[in-house]
Design a binder for this molecule. Structure first.
Ligand SMILES: C[S@@+](CC[C@H](N)C(=O)[O-])C[C@H]1O[C@@H](n2cnc3c(N)ncnc32)[C@H](O)[C@@H]1O
Length: 238
């Protein structure tokens, strides 16, 4: 009996107040972003997608802090919603979406094409390879290839949600690659920043690049430089 209760708890997060709080934040955030979800093609939210809370945070950040030069690692729902926001609110922005899996990228491209949103997204199809900047000999997006596409761009918004983080410290390499490519004012988001490996990554980014991350909404790492308005979609002060 005890064992099966433990299993249920792990699977559904029941009895876990933090997980229940995350779900409430996600329900609220889904309402906030609903104008980008309704009257459009159905898009498949899965456990791999950014949580609605994180999506609302990123979209708020673009609008409230006027972010125009965006790079994301790991295409998906985030790509589609940023493009839909740009169209709906008539924004002048450039999003480079870096993806290693061509089949997945084509899937996202198809949705953008059908909605005539392709003008808002520049896809970078970059295979994963060994990099001298990586930790533990792990792979990351091929930097030579990526540099050719990014050129001299300075980014004011970075979303690190790829490569898939099942191997450990892979996402570390985002900062050695980007540190000289940041605008004077910027925000960096790191998804799943609460996990042990991502905690180690933010610790190393602090040590090596003086980047200070806070975790918001239980899972999203946020690091800012420069003046900014608050874009956290779910923030209560009591
Ligand atoms: C965490 S996901 C990126 C999610 C994306 N930013 C979004 O908001 O949907 C990281 C990588 O996992 C892969 N991926 C995305 N969705 C997937 C799925 N449903 N099943 C397996 N792999 C997936 C893609 O290669 C993607 O680059």
């Amino acid at each position: 009996m005890y064992k099966s209760l433990k299993k249920l708890k792990r699977k559904y997060g029941i009895f876990n107040p933090l997980q229940n709080q995350l779900k409430l934040d996600d329900i609220l955030s889904t309402n906030f972003i609903s104008s980008l979800l309704k009257d459009n093609l159905y898009i498949p939210f899965t456990g791999w997608s950014l949580r609605p809370y994180c999506l609302a945070y990123v979209l708020n950040e673009i609008l409230i802090n006027n972010r125009k030069s965006i790079i994301e690692f790991g295409s998906g729902i985030s790509t589609i919603l940023i493009a839909r926001l740009a169209q709906l609110n008539d924004l002048d922005l450039r999003l480079i979406s870096v993806e290693h899996n061509l089949e997945w990228q084509n899937h996202i491209k198809k949705i953008l094409d059908k909605e005539q949103l392709d003008q808002y997204v520049e896809f970078a199809s970059i295979p994963l390879t060994k990099s001298e900047n990586s930790l533990d000999n792990l792979t990351w997006y091929d930097e030579e290839n990526l540099n050719k596409q990014v050129k001299e761009t300075k980014f004011d918004l970075v979303l690190v949600d790829g490569p898939p983080a099942d191997l450990g410290l892979e996402r570390f390499t985002a900062m050695p690659f980007l540190i000289d490519k940041l605008a004077t004012s910027y925000t960096i988001f790191l998804d799943d920043a609460h996990r042990k490996d991502e905690q180690q990554i933010t610790h190393l980014w602090k040590k090596q690049y003086d980047l200070q991350f806070e975790i918001h909404g239980g899972t999203l790492g946020v690091c800012r430089k420069g003046n900014h308005f608050d874009s956290n979609p779910v923030l209560y002060s009591f």
